[in-house]
Design a protein around this ligand. Structure first.
Ligand SMILES: [Zn+2]
Length: 105
């Protein structure tokens, strides 16, 4: 059952791609899948998880708060109004890049 599901999704990809591009992407896909299998995925910290649940507008505002230099305890007070359940230490670590969040530029 699992194998037939994979076959189906592969077929859909092949139908939508020109042949040369498809072949290249299939190789890339396999390599990336392999990397995913052997690379442990770190969970984002509480702040990262919370930000992942925000609407794009609120996420934008949260990023602004984080980069504004507002003291962490005050940022936490603000974020808690919108569902954040963590402590100031989480915010400090996130700001310093000491957490597991990977998708920040
Ligand atoms: Zn984080």
């Amino acid at each position: 059952m699992f194998e037939s599901l994979e076959g189906d999704s592969h077929l859909i990809t092949e139908h939508n791609r020109p042949e040369g591009l498809m072949r290249q992407e299939a190789q890339m896909g396999l390599a990336e899948d392999f990397q995913e299998f052997i690379t442990p995925k770190p969970q984002p910290c509480m702040l990262g998880q919370w930000m992942g649940s925000l609407s794009p507008a609120d996420l934008d505002a949260a990023e602004t708060v984080l980069s504004s230099g507002l003291a962490a305890p005050k940022a936490v007070l603000l974020f808690r109004k919108y569902g954040f359940a963590g402590e100031a230490t989480v915010v400090r670590k996130h700001r310093r890049g000491e957490c597991n969040c990977v998708s920040r530029g």
